[in-house]
Ligand binder design. Structure first.
Ligand code: NAP
Length: 479
């Protein structure tokens, strides 16, 4: 059912994500008048606060995490906020929450920014409190389970109270402008799609590199590892957007139908086509940093790095490896997609001594949003000693190309879509399950072959075996 909610209920309203992303995004949307003036935002968590206490709490978060030029006066936004203390494990608390929310007239959007272990009791509480129904939709933060089975349990619990068209599974990468731009690049230009296949593309690389280590996430991260923390969700979503067939329209069903087909075509990966690593002490930006075990305070077999040579078994991508890699304590924070085209079939310049390099498209997602296409050009000169060619980049720095529009937090887009009910940039159940299916098979093969992470020095690009993973195919990681 199509409706724009006039109430937003935020679980985990005092958490890290709420402070750093959700509250700043909502305030910025309010300042830009993108949400209705009468949208009420009700926060809830166990902490004992009243409305005013939560407004003070939010003011402090906004002052810390939202740039002054996007805050406006804050007063108007703060006045929208209400708060109800609640323990999600106690169904009785949901009656007072329902009273605080008030009658659902135009619609209610709920955002669960709590640990997934609370999703099931929260759903039970929402049912008990009468906070479900046709005019209620729900957004869920990752991680959705730790494997296919647990993800199904969560999905079943949510489905018992909400139909799929009212479930919004969040992958905040899909809210990023450059990720959406990938679709514009592929499907709003004539020149890429005819080349976007095995005949013209040698391989694709997707890198999500972080400089941070464990931070304060030990409890979650050590049980998850890089494969489940990054590859299962963000990286497979990026892969699906690169690999999918053209959807007929930019709408939720069309886009997600095509993504899920690509995800289901992923071939089971052999352990030889994966490399796992765990960082040891080293240096980032010249500053010494501890190893993973030292940060954790004990030994662990959790991978903080993973590289995978993935294959998509369909007509378009036959024989084209998708190299995925993600790691903590890498030398740079960088998320990018590299599309490496093939060599020209015949170089007319070879007899004149010139070498050609294959074209390469680099889509930078963070920290910089840019698109760079390397093209061969002739080095100026009279060429008495032969022709020289060199790869030159055709660069589009997105912030420069579009100087006017504000650079937004990915959650601004996603929260607005949740309030207004557009599911295009949210992940459907069959996608999540196809993702887990593939990830579970990799983990099972690691267990079967006794795969343990190799050491790498913090501040390096991961274990040397990851270099071999690409180089034995004649490819090189883009660094
Ligand atoms: P967090 O800082 O630990 O916050 C958890 C929130 O849940 C707090 O508001 C906490 O407040 C509340 N809470 C805990 N137990 C509760 C209970 N029994 N009943 C009601 N509320 C309860 O976690 P976070 O970092 O904000 O992350 C929230 C979710 O988003 C997690 O699933 C996380 O994996 C996911 N996520 C986070 C990030 C990020 O950057 N932080 C990024 C992607 C995904 P009280 O203790 O006062 O109850």
């Amino acid at each position: 059912m199509s409706f724009t909610a006039d109430r937003l209920l935020l679980f985990g309203a005092t958490g890290d994500l709420a402070q750093r992303m959700l509250l700043p995004s909502l305030c910025a949307l309010g300042v830009d008048k993108l949400i209705a003036p009468d949208l009420r935002i009700i926060g809830t968590a166990r902490q004992d606060l009243d409305d005013q206490g939560y407004r003070n709490f939010t003011r402090a978060a906004l002052e810390k995490f939202l740039p002054p030029d996007r805050r406006g006066s804050m007063a108007e936004f703060l006045n929208r906020l209400h708060y109800q203390p609640l323990d999600a494990n106690d169904t009785a608390h949901f009656h007072s929450l329902a009273e605080k929310v008030g009658p659902i007239e135009r619609g209610l959007s709920i955002f669960l920014s709590t640990a997934p272990s609370l999703f099931e009791p929260t759903i039970a509480g929402l049912v008990a409190g009468g906070l479900t129904g046709d005019k209620v939709r729900i957004g869920l933060e990752k991680p959705l389970g730790t494997d296919l089975e647990t993800s199904r349990e969560i999905n079943d619990a949510v489905a018992s109270a909400f139909s799929e068209d009212r479930i919004f599974r969040i992958d905040h990468y899909l809210g990023k402008e450059t990720v959406q731009n990938l679709l514009a690049l592929r499907f709003a230009n004539i020149m890429f799609e005819p080349l976007w296949n095995a005949a013209h593309i040698d391989h694709v690389q997707i890198t999500v590199a972080e400089t941070v280590g464990l931070e304060s996430r030990a409890g979650y991260y050590d049980g998850a590892g890089a494969l489940r923390d990054m590859v299962q969700n963000h990286m497979l979503q990026l892969l699906a957007l690169v690999a999918m067939e053209p959807p007929a329209s930019f709408d939720a069903t069309a886009v997600r139908d095509e993504k899920v087909k690509a995800l289901r075509a992923l071939r089971l990966t052999h352990p030889d086509e994966t490399v796992t690593g765990q960082y040891r002490k080293g240096a980032i930006d010249g500053q010494p940093v501890a190893g993973y075990d030292d940060e954790l305070g004990r030994d662990s077999d959790t991978e903080t790095y993973v590289a995978i040579k993935a294959h998509i078994d369909n007509w378009r991508w036959k024989g084209v490896p998708f190299y995925l890699r993600t790691g903590k304590r890498m030398p740079q924070r960088r998320t990018e997609i590299v599309v490496q085209f093939r060599q020209v079939p015949h170089s007319i310049f070879a007899g004149r001594g010139a070498r050609t390099e294959p074209n390469r498209l680099v889509i930078g997602i963070q920290p910089e949003e840019n698109i760079s296409l390397s093209l061969m050009a002739k080095v100026p000169g009279l060429d008495r000693d032969g022709i020289r060619l060199r790869a030159v980049p055709l660069d589009i720095a997105m912030p420069d190309a579009f100087a006017g529009p504000t650079k937004r937090i990915a959650y601004e887009r996603l929260l607005l879509d949740l309030i207004e009910g557009d599911q295009t940039l949210f992940v459907r159940r069959d996608e999540v399950e196809a993702q887990w299916d593939w990830i579970d098979a990799i983990r099972a093969s690691w267990a079967e072959h006794g795969v343990r992470p190799k050491s790498y020095t913090a501040g390096s690009w991961g274990p040397s075996a990851a270099v071999a993973l690409t180089e034995r195919d004649g490819a090189t990681w883009h660094e």
